[in-house]
Ligand binder design. Structure first.
Ligand SMILES: Nc1ncnc2c1ncn2[C@@H]1O[C@H](COP(=O)(O)OP(=O)(O)OP(=O)(O)O)[C@@H](O)[C@H]1O
Ligand SMILES: [Mg+2]
Length: 169
């Protein structure tokens, strides 16, 4: 991996990744994707991870997002070691604290923009009414207040991506 721009100051640490290694078993041997990666991300900071195809960017993001486990090292998100949690605890943590926006929007086609955005809140235990109010406010913020009832197939590519961003908020 060629670069990960990080900056560490006195703002609260959101991500603390220490000496993380990811290997895959490959026949009798091991394929090491990367080893001993350490990086810190503070609140409000934007970080880009740059590297050639196959360098391990997606692998690292899956680890930082709690979707995959490191072979060694540990990752604290908001002060909590996400890989020491139970599977269900980690799923709850992801629901509360982490948002993902993929290259492909992964919106649920049968549901409206509003329903897609309110889904994490409603599933995470917020009442349907509160989740709906919050989702409406976020969709208005990304300029989609007039498209709440549209299904993904009735939105433009950029609008779908904005719905995905609103859902990750
Ligand atoms: N399940 C797996 N088993 C073995 N090797 C894997 C597995 N998943 C990914 N790899 C290998 O790990 C390396 C890193 O993959 P990764 O998807 O993280 O790359 P990337 O930096 O996101 O690349 P791209 O820019 O092409 O998306 C690749 O060489 C890939 O072949
Ligand atoms: Mg990738």
């Amino acid at each position: 991996m060629s670069d990960s721009a990080t900056m560490n100051d006195d703002r609260s640490l959101v991500i603390n990744c220490e000496k993380v290694t990811r290997t895959y078993n490959e026949g009798p041997g091991k394929l090491t994707i990367f080893s001993d990666i350490s990086l810190q991300v503070s609140a409000g900071e934007s970080v880009g991870i740059v590297g050639s195809s196959g360098a391990g960017k997606t692998t690292l993001l899956n680890l930082l997002g709690g979707l995959d486990k490191p072979s060694s090292g540990h990752i604290d998100i908001c002060g909590q070691d996400i890989h020491r949690m139970s599977e269900s605890g980690r799923a709850r943590f992801r629901n509360r604290h982490l948002g993902f926006v993929y290259q492909f929007h992964h919106l649920l086609p049968e549901f409206s923009a509003l329903e897609n955005v309110m889904m994490p809140g409603a599933l995470g235990g917020r009442g349907v009414r509160q989740a709906s109010e919050q989702a409406t406010a976020i969709l208005e913020r990304v300029g989609l207040g007039a498209r709440l009832g549209h299904k993904p197939g009735e939105l433009s590519g950029g609008e779908r991506q904005r719905v995905a961003i609103a859902r990750a908020w």
